[in-house]
Design a protein around this ligand. Structure first.
Ligand SMILES: [Zn+2]
Length: 265
C-alpha cells in the first residue's frame, strides 16, 4: 500500500510528475541554509543547520495550501571565524554562493518564480545576498534572504543580554524549547560581549558589519549569556519567528511577480 503523505511540501520526497503537478499550483520555494560550527561547550555543532531546517518545515506547515515547496537544507556555511574551535567545518564564500546560485538557477528552470532563502547562520548573509543578486540578474526571478530580520526586533525584546548572537541566551533558549536533550545546561556559560565602540554592537540599529575571529572575543565560543536561557523564552521565540516568516511567505506566494515590485490596484 502506498502510505506516502499526499500533501508533502518537501521537494525531495516527490516524484517528478508530482513536482510537475505542484508547480502548476505554487511558484514559491524555501531554501534553508545552515552551518556546522562550534556552539560553545553546551550545544551541538549542528544548531544552525538543525534550526534552519526546523524553521523552514514549521513555516511551510503553517502556510495555507498550496504550500510553498521546501528544499533540502544546505548543511554547511561560511564559518572560518569559528575554526579555532574543533567541530567547525567551513566552506568558502565562493563555494557557497556558487552552490546556491546553481540551485537557484535550477529552480528557475523548473518554473519557480520566487525563492525565499532562510538563513540560520549570520555569517552566511553576505554570501547568500550575493547569490540572490546573481540569480535575480540571470534568471529574473524574485529572491530574498531572511537571516532573522523579520523577527530580530521581537527576539531582542525577550532577552536581557546585549550582543547575544551566538550560542547565548537566544540560541540556547530555542534549543531548549525543541530538543532539550541536546543542551548541556551544566556547561552553559556567560560570555557577554562589549566592544570599544557602540557602532560595533551586534544588536544596534546603527551597527556596522565587521569581522573578527571568535577566539579573540570569547574563550568558550559563546557570544552572549547561555545561563539565562529557558525553554519558555525559546518557545516564544519560535512562535514569533514562525509567525513573521509565514507572513513573509504568504505575501510573497500570493502576489504575482510583477505586483511584488509594484503593487497595482
Ligand atoms: Zn548559531
Amino acid at each position: 500500500m502506498n502510505t506516502k503523505p499526499k500533501n508533502t511540501f518537501l521537494w525531495e520526497l516527490m516524484t517528478w510528475p508530482e513536482v510537475e503537478e505542484r508547480l502548476k499550483l505554487v511558484d514559491t520555494a524555501i531554501l534553508p541554509c545552515g552551518a556546522i560550527e562550534q556552539h560553545g561547550p553546551h550545544l551541538p555543532v549542528d544548531v544552525d543547520y538543525f534550526d534552519a531546517k526546523y524553521l523552514a518545515h514549521k513555516v511551510a506547515e503553517a502556510c495555507d495550501d498550496p504550500k510553498p515547496l521546501v528544499l533540502p537544507t544546505i548543511p554547511y556555511g561560511v564559518s572560518y571565524h569559528h575554526e579555532d574551535f574543533k567541530g567547525t567545518l567551513s566552506v568558502t564564500n565562493d563555494a557557497l554562493s556558487r552552490f546556491v546560485y546553481d540551485i537557484g538557477m535550477g529552480l528557475a528552470r523548473n518554473g519557480i518564480k520566487k525563492i525565499i532563502i532562510l538563513n540560520g547562520h549570520g555569517d552566511n548573509a553576505p554570501t547568500l545576498s550575493y547569490a540572490a543578486q546573481m540569480i535575480n540578474r540571470d534568471a529574473g526571478i524574485f529572491v530574498c534572504v531572511d537571516t532573522g530580520e523579520t523577527s530580530d526586533v521581537d527576539l531582542y525584546g525577550l532577552i536581557e543580554t546585549p550582543n547575544d548572537i551566538h550560542a547565548g541566551e537566544i540560541e540556547t533558549s530555542t534549543s531548549l524549547a525543541i530538543r532539550p536533550e541536546m543542551v548541556q545546561m551544566d556547561k552553559a556559560v556567560n560570555e557577554t560581549l562589549s566592544f570599544g565602540s557602540n557602532y560595533l554592537d551586534y544588536d544596534s540599529d546603527r551597527g556596522v558589519s565587521w569581522f573578527v575571529r571568535t577566539k579573540k572575543i570569547s574563550e568558550t565560543g559563546v557570544m552572549g549569556d547561555a545561563t539565562l536561557a529557558t525553554a519558555e523564552k525559546g518557545a516564544k521565540m519560535w512562535e514569533l519567528m514562525i509567525k513573521h516568516l509565514v507572513g513573509l511567505v504568504e505575501s510573497v506566494k500570493n502576489t504575482p511577480l510583477s505586483d511584488l515590485y509594484q503593487k497595482r490596484y
